[in-house]
Structures are given as structure tokens and as C-alpha cells.
Ligand binder design. Structure first.
Ligand code: FE
Length: 280
């Protein structure tokens, strides 16, 4: 067994996206551009409605999967396949855009707290041409493990007997939301092939056996490869643990499109401009 140690601690950067929604971006930044297969990680939300009320009006995507996890608040989603739905606290939407989708994500609330995460997972070339696919996961459909020391909500992967609803996925993802009590430990096995990271929401933790600098909220903690993760909470701590098997293909980014080559990005822009983008 090889213990997983910290590779690098990356503070999230404050930015905005959509029609001016304030967010903290940690993957998809100069310090953590692409953690194969993960292209982007955003924490969105605020106590102030002016920071989110403009939402994300209609925009396209191609070649990626977006995984949205709402912790507080409500968002309404609509897209070019005709799908429509409200996501509320604890719900997950796993969208595989494949060839293309045009969607909007707008707050379904006029004030109050909003908090959520959006993770972008790359798709391999062979899946980028697929029809869009969705998985809507209600909060009560997540796998949950609970004991005296911790709660582990499982969106993907398996922890003890709790299994996530996203299965048979090409990157074999692990996506856990963990609440760990003070001085308690969380351990799990991880395939050594996987890239992984922790995103700290609240509290303070120690990882692996080596000394490391103090971690604070909204830090992205990139991890070395290994097969055993050991996390100790110095005080009550809440974090996301996410891992996936790298795809190992070249990427070309063009805003909401992520393809293998620049030519494919230009093709996506052309398809969008001449109205053939979201035709299946
Ligand atoms: Fe989007």
C-alpha cells in the first residue's frame, strides 16, 4: 500500500461567469490548469443575491461532462433536448454533453444562501460525438455512509456499503462529500492509476504522513498518486474528495467547448453560429 501525500495546495481564485455569478475557481486556473480528467472546478454561491441572481443564461457546451452539486439554494435548468428541472439542496446533475447541448442554469430563488459546485470532466475523443445524456440525482438517491465519526455522501464510487448512482463510467470516478468530526480519521482505497484531489469546504485537516502547510477553506489540495488516502480532521471538517482515471489525450479549450484539436473548437463555434450545433 502506498499512502497518498499532498502534491500541491492551490487557493481558489475569485472570478465570475455566466451573466456575472461570483465564484471561486480552483481547477482550470494557471496553477491547476488540467488535472486529467478534470478540467474545471467552481464553487459558486453567496449570501448576497446580487452575486448570483443573473444566473447562467443559455450557452452551449461540447465535449465535456458537467457535474453540478447543490448544497444550498435552488436552480432551474433547461436545455435544447427539452429537459427541464429544478435542482434543490443536496441534488446532483450529471450532464454528458457529448456532441453538444445548449442550456441555461438560473436561480429559482430570489434571495437567501446559495452554495454549489460544478466540476467539468473531460470526455475521450470517442465519446465527444455522442448524444447528450443526463443523470438527475435527487439528494435521497445518493449513497450515504454514516457512523459516529463521519458522514460520507457518495455521488460516484463506493465507500463501505454506500454506492454512488453514477456507474460504469469510463474514468471510474470517485466523488465523495465528507463531514469528519474533530480528531477523527477518514481512510479509503484509491486506484493508483487515478488523479485525485480534496477540496476543503470547512475546518482543517491533515493528509498522509508528511508534514504540510496549513489548509484553509476553499483550498484545492492536489494529491500524489497512491492507493491509500488517510485524512485526519484537526477540527470538524467538511470536504470533497474527487478522483478519476486520466484520459491521456491532448486537449484544446475554447470556453464552453473542450475538444482534442483547435480545428474541432473552430468547428464547434461554426456549428453554433450556423444553428447546426445541437441537432442530433
Ligand atoms: Fe453550462
Amino acid at each position: 500500500m502506498k499512502n497518498i501525500e499532498i502534491k500541491k495546495i492551490v487557493p481558489a481564485i475569485e472570478t465570475s461567469d455566466g451573466a456575472g455569478v461570483k465564484l471561486k475557481r480552483s481547477i482550470g486556473t494557471p496553477e491547476a490548469d488540467y488535472i486529467d480528467p478534470f478540467l474545471m472546478l467552481d464553487e459558486f454561491g453567496s449570501d448576497n443575491k446580487d452575486d448570483y441572481i443573473a444566473g447562467f443564461p443559455p450557452h452551449p457546451h461540447r465535449g465535456i461532462e458537467t457535474v453540478t452539486y447543490m448544497l444550498k439554494g435552488e436552480f432551474e435548468h433547461q436545455d435544447s433536448t427539452g429537459a427541464k428541472g429544478i435542482m434543490s439542496s443536496g441534488d446532483v446533475q450529471w450532464m454528458k454533453t457529448g456532441r453538444g447541448i445548449i442550456h441555461s442554469e438560473m436561480p429559482a430563488m430570489s434571495d437567501g444562501k446559495l452554495l454549489g459546485f460544478q466540476l467539468w470532466v473531460n470526455m475521450p475523443a470517442k465519446l465527444k460525438k455522442n448524444k447528450p445524456e443526463y443523470l438527475y440525482i435527487k439528494s435521497n438517491e445518493l449513497g450515504v455512509h454514516k457512523d459516529n465519526e463521519k458522514t460520507v455522501k457518495v455521488i460516484a464510487g463506493k465507500y463501505e456499503k454506500a454506492e454512488g448512482p453514477e456507474k460504469n463510467h469510463n474514468v471510474e470516478p470517485i466523488y465523495f462529500h465528507i463531514i469528519l468530526n474533530e480528531e477523527k480519521k477518514f481512510t479509503c482505497e484509491v486506484p493508483e492509476s487515478h488523479n485525485s484531489f480534496i477540496y476543503l469546504l470547512k475546518g482543517e485537516l491533515e493528509i498522509g504522513n508528511k508534514d504540510h502547510s496549513k489548509t484553509v477553506n476553499s483550498n484545492l489540495i492536489l494529491l500524489e498518486r497512491g492507493n491509500k488516502l488517510i485524512v485526519k480532521a484537526k477540527k470538524k471538517t467538511e470536504f470533497l474528495f474527487i478522483a478519476g482515471k486520466p484520459i491521456g489525450e491532448p486537449i484544446a479549450r475554447g470556453g464552453p467547448f473542450v475538444m482534442n484539436t483547435k480545428a474541432e473548437i473552430l468547428e464547434a463555434i461554426q456549428d453554433y453560429n450556423n444553428g447546426t450545433f445541437a441537432k442530433y
